[in-house]
Design a protein around this ligand. Sequence first.
Ligand code: ZN
Length: 251
Amino acid sequence: MVFKKPLVFLYHRVGLPAYENDNMAPEEFEKQMQYLSARGYRIISPGQYLSFLNREIDLPSRSILITFDDGAKNIIEYALPIMKRYNFKAAIFLNTAYIGEVMYHSREKRKFYKTREEALADSCHGEKLLRFSYLSWPEIKFLAEEGMDFGSHGHSHLVLTELTRKKLLEELDISRDILFKKIGREVDYFSYPWGTFNRHVKRYVKAAGYKVAFATDHSHREDVFSVKRILVRTRSSLDDFIRLINENLYL
Ligand SMILES: [Zn+2]
């Protein structure tokens, strides 16, 4: 089996209690990593992926890039030790406005709130709010020392296609500046909050200095600023995961 290009997987949260607040069960995540390792898949960095897209390097077949969106705090406790067992690395996309915070999330409203009260007041029909804890700067520094890479997921996880030009620039520039100052490296990687973008947003992402941008769904034509990722859902079993790999092998 030969990939035309590396597969890119998208995860969000791995932790306990499993299936609460969008947590994938650590044992399920471990089964997936173990499968990749046992089958000889090679985990690459976003830098290698970018070099591949720019035709600077070739990659062996069975190369995979693992990404995490949002910068959930439980990456440290649950995902990192599992990945270390297999010597795997990942790219983590951060929302710079939420570093070290706990936020309440309404999926229906596509919004994040500082307090539960605020979230309850704004979300209508008694939907179950999600409570997300985010990595702090010392934790991000620790993960960087462990070999993880970082990118921007926007400053505050807004729907970029709905923003004014000024607000869009802010979301792209502020997060890149903050990450540069805190991590001490140019930030080349971007992932679209909600996977949402259009031609206009792509142009601004490029102009802001990012070199590659990751999307989610498969309905668009792919290029360096709309790289397709395979979403591994919270409740994906090992069988689901294997199916995802097989379905995407020849895309
Ligand atoms: Zn996100």
